[in-house]
Write a protein that binds this ligand. Structure first.
Ligand code: IVH
Length: 678
């Protein structure tokens, strides 16, 4: 048999290349089946020749020796912390300090997302991963090599011409998707959940069993070379990042080169807006002086380099005191617990209330009145209570219990055995439920009543102007005149909005009614088959389920809703209020007045835009095209017509119509308007 070591090396190199494209560049080169085949061949040869297995073989990610795990590792160069900046002014002050030391401003900066994970140090000797360690105190960290080897984005061997020694720093983090998944499975297994992705990442790399680390969604971004020997001589941090990339290390593609502080500030602004869209947690931007010579000259204080700064986003998690737990009744009657908090500035806003989602979550998180709790507010997401911060030995109040009576209408709150949520049994007589119901009813996705937002709904209910769901359609200007904040214009706007809502298509009304499981798609399917509420009410569950696209769940829910006498009463009252409970019959067919004609428009028309022009012609059997040619029947010239189209039409002898003539053509056809065709 030929020497298997050559084949082995070829296989490893090939797999390394595919891994790099897949895990680091996110651009796979090969399909799964092809990859698996190579992998199996490699594993087979290694099984037959155990003496040829090397530590940098792709098969050796899991199962490396764990004997060194957590033993101390002296870093080759100390790892500093970073000074923080929290405002554009502080960035300015930072640059100013550097300008004083250098006698000029630094020439350019590199901005990098500040990923919220855990700092690690990887040491590659002759291209092979030798040690992976935690940051520790900056001088000495812990050996976590066996665990870091399990991360697919950490190369076991560098690509290309590797330096003799490289100590590289980076951040290991957990993807947000992986974090959610991990917490979900832990919740199911009754294990404590992680408060955030950073804690989850830190917990995952500090496992005693590398197989556990391997099962977690961990990735790495590298962002600095601590020590480089036997490699190219580099002048700029940006070149360092490029070089690290060329070695197969994973460098964040969101990093940018910024010529000056203005561009840095713009980058910070942009990241502040966009970072919630990233698939991992970030807590700021790291700004570094690009020139390595400048970096050397600036040096470091005892704590941190002078040439780098961490621009921190406003914190998205803060600890505060839980003053109380109350409930809200939603539009379906669901009782949602929420936290009343000692107000705290978090995620860029003052937060005094946060959601607790549902009864089970309160118990799972075990938050109790009086506890210190972590509050999270990220981007536009509603603030939530993450969990308690407990001090051992400190007394706590008893666990929270769902109230038995609705605080708004005193009806009983019930939770059927098999259901996840407790509900108020007061129906739409419950003022909280009615408010939420009305808000949904009038919102964009529902009847889209302009001028009837949350505040107005609340006001109308509190004043008693509206007591039931259909009352909105009985409002007149007399209900508002003389009220504070209601001028003639705002009254007109609301009444116009209500009037417009009376004539919405039936599917919108169906959605607005908030029938369980029924969304716009299902509502459209139903109203394509049944054109009135009367017909829908008369339809049986089987009738509805027979509509293509309507399943049993929706059909059952719709018939259940229609069978409820309260709901029939609501429909009747909406009808009395002038709300259309049926779609108009489809209008008779448009006569095909333009059959065989091809028209072109130039300039603007008063009666319609370009799309409307095309549609009006197509609906009447004609064709609209964009340029004048020998087949053009007529050119329609609106305001500011284009000279070239007019010239072309004149040259070809194509009739040129005014807008008025065109409208007549639409209605009556070509007779008397266009010359008879030969
Ligand atoms: S540079 C001397 N770059 O932030 C510079 N750090 O507060 C050393 N971090 O411990 C750090 N992303 O865990 C740097 N692109 C980035 C970073 C980054 C996240 C973390 C790192 C470090 C901490 C400093």
């Amino acid at each position: 048999m030929s020497d298997p070591s050559h084949r082995l090396e070829d296989l490893r190199a090939e797999i390394r290349l595919y891994d790099h494209h897949y895990y680091v560049l996110d651009a796979p080169l090969i399909d799964d089946a092809g990859y698996d085949e190579l992998w199996r061949e490699l594993a087979k040869i290694e099984a037959e020749h155990p003496e040829l297995v090397t530590v940098d073989s792709p098969t050796q990610r899991v199962g490396a020796s764990v004997s060194e795990l957590f033993s101390p590792v002296q870093h080759l160069r100390p790892l500093f912390s970073l000074d923080n900046a929290v405002s554009p002014d502080e960035l300015g002050a930072w640059e100013h300090r550097m300008e004083r030391m250098l006698g000029r401003r630094p020439e350019g900066y590199v901005c990098e997302p500040k990923v919220d994970g855990l700092a690690v140090v990887l040491t590659y000797r002759d291209g092979v991963l030798e040690v992976g360690a935690t940051r520790g105190d900056g001088e000495v960290g812990e050996d976590i090599t066996a665990n870091l080897r399990t991360l697919s984005s950490v190369p076991l061997r560098l690509l290309g011409d590797a330096p003799s020694l490289l100590e590289v720093r980076g951040e290991v983090y957990m993807t947000l998707e992986g974090f959610d998944e991990l917490n979900r499975s832990r919740r199911e297994a009754d294990q404590p959940t992680f408060a955030n992705a950073r804690n989850a990442a830190a917990g995952s790399v500090r496992q005693k069993d590398p197989r556990v680390t391997a099962s977690r969604a961990l990735e790495i971004w590298v962002y600095q070379a601590g020590l480089l020997q036997g490699g190219p001589s580099l002048q700029r941090h940006w070149e360092v990042l490029d070089y690290l990339k060329s070695l197969g290390l994973r460098v964040n593609p969101g990093s940018v080169l910024a010529p000056g502080l203005e561009e840095v500030k713009a980058y910070v602004e942009q990241m502040l807006e966009e970072h919630h869209g990233l698939p991992y947690q970030t807590d700021g931007v790291v700004v570094k002086v690009d020139s390595l010579a400048d970096q050397d000259e600036l040096g470091a204080t005892a704590r941190a380099p002078r040439w780098a700064v961490a621009y921190k986003f406003p914190p998205e998690e803060r600890v505060t005191t839980l003053r109380g737990i109350k409930i809200n009744i939603g539009r379906t009657g669901a009782a949602t617990p929420f936290a009343e908090l000692e107000p705290v500035f978090v995620g860029g806003a003052n937060v005094g209330m946060a959601t607790l989602h549902n009864e089970d979550q309160v118990h799972q998180k075990d938050v109790r009145v009086g506890d210190r709790v972590v509050v999270r507010r990220a981007g536009d997401v509603i603030p939530e209570v993450v969990g308690p911060v407990l001090t051992p030995g400190k007394d706590r109040s008893p666990p929270w219990e769902m109230p038995r009576k609705c605080p708004f209408c005193e009806s009983t709150i019930e939770r059927p055995e098999e259901e996840a949520v407790a509900r108020c049994t007061g129906g739409l007589a419950c003022p909280s439920r009615l408010r939420e119901w009305l808000f949904h009813f009038s919102s964009r996705g529902g009847m889209d009543i302009e001028g009837l937002g949350y505040k107005t709904v609340d006001l109308l209910l509190r004043d008693g102007a509206v007591q039931g769901p259909a009352d909105v359609f009985f409002l007149g200007s007399e209900h508002f005149e003389g009220r504070r904040g209601w001028g003639e214009r705002s009254i007109r706007k609301l009444l116009d909005g209500i009037e417009a809502a009376r004539h919405r298509p039936l599917w919108r009304l169906l959605v607005a009614l908030g029938i369980r499981h029924l969304g716009p798609g299902g509502a459209r399917l139903i109203t394509a088959r049944y054109r009135s509420m009367e017909q829908i009410t008369a339809a049986t569950e089987e009738d509805l389920a027979a509509i293509d696209g309507i399943g049993e769940t929706i059909a059952g829910s719709v018939t259940e809703w229609m069978d409820d006498p309260d709901n029939q009463e609501l429909l009747a009252r909406l009808g009395e209020g002038g709300v259309s409970l049926a779609d108009p019959e489809p209008s008779e067919e448009i006569p095909r007045t333009l059959s065989g004609l091809t028209l072109v428009v130039t300039g603007g028309l008063e009666a319609m835009n370009r799309d409307g022009f095309g549609q009006a012609i197509a609906a009447r059997g004609g064709r609209a095209t964009s340029s004048v040619s020998s087949v053009t029947s007529a050119l329609v010239a609106g305001a500011s017509p284009g000279a070239s189209k007019l010239a072309k039409a004149e040259q070809l002898g194509t009739p040129i119509l005014t807008e008025e003539q065109f409208l007549a053509l639409l209605e009556h056809g070509p007779g008397g308007i266009l010359p008879d065709r030969e």
